[in-house]
Design a protein around this ligand. Sequence first.
Ligand code: ATP
Ligand code: MG
Length: 148
Amino acid sequence: MSENLLEVRDVRKSFRVPHAGKNKLCALDGISLDLARGETLGLVGESGCGKSTLARTLMMLERPDAGTVRFDGVDPFTLAGAELLKFRSRVQMVFQDPYASLNSQMSAAEIIAEPWRSHKGLIKNRQDRDMRVRGLLDLVGLGAKAAD
Ligand SMILES: Nc1ncnc2c1ncn2[C@@H]1O[C@H](COP(=O)(O)OP(=O)(O)OP(=O)(O)O)[C@@H](O)[C@H]1O
Ligand SMILES: [Mg+2]
């Protein structure tokens, strides 16, 4: 078991942007950080400084141009098949724009339950899943809105 849950080393990511010719927009310019198990990290910075790009890279939604990411001692970009599915069940991102990331046709309870429906091994029993969903909604005072 790796000492740090997350180790990021010199991660770089640039994007091609229209009208910039060969010049690329540098979103991540050599990011390094460690995160221990149970530790909470807040990233703060002005709009456009690369917070979401870093989060997307850690989630494997962007591939870094350079540098390494290790989650629990493993580079997630080397994973495939069942191991990749397991990684996906252990990391989660709450996207900042609910209109772009949440399905307005689904209730709050359905949206919370969706990852557990996708990763069936995590909570096998439907009643247990519903109880967990209800508990989470109650935690933030939304129990009465479960079906909305
Ligand atoms: N897919 C993309 N294509 C081109 N440029 C991108 C892309 N994704 C991000 N960028 C650019 O990379 C830079 C970093 O963007 P990012 O969304 O990571 O910033 P942020 O810190 O999350 O900003 P905010 O606080 O507004 O959410 C910005 O200049 C953004 O326009
Ligand atoms: Mg952002």
